[in-house]
Design a protein around this ligand. Structure first.
Ligand SMILES: [Zn+2]
Length: 87
């Protein structure tokens, strides 16, 4: 049986199977975007698609820490992450 890779959620800091997480990418401009393909270039950050984790993980500073660079979280990002999961 193949083990699914695990990643750490930026919200709850728990390791989760990758399939349970939404991948976020920092674009060259610094804006954080949802990586819908899960294969975008660059350093990714992962968050559970749970309201609590999204709210906490997207707090100012958390993602900058995850990406190790300053980044900007758009006002619609949290909504986009949770909306993605519900579809
Ligand atoms: Zn989480």
């Amino acid at each position: 049986m193949r083990r699914e890779p695990v990643r750490t959620c930026v919200g709850c800091r728990q390791a989760q199977p990758k399939g349970m997480l939404v991948r976020l990418l920092r674009s060259p401009s610094g804006a954080v975007v949802v990586d819908r393909s899960g294969r975008g270039p660059g350093r990714g950050a992962y968050v559970c698609a749970r309201a609590a984790c999204v709210a906490r993980g997207l707090e100012r500073g958390r993602l900058s820490h995850a990406f190790r660079k300053p980044c900007e979280v758009g006002v619609n990002l949290a909504e986009e992450v949770t909306g993605l999961w519900q579809r």
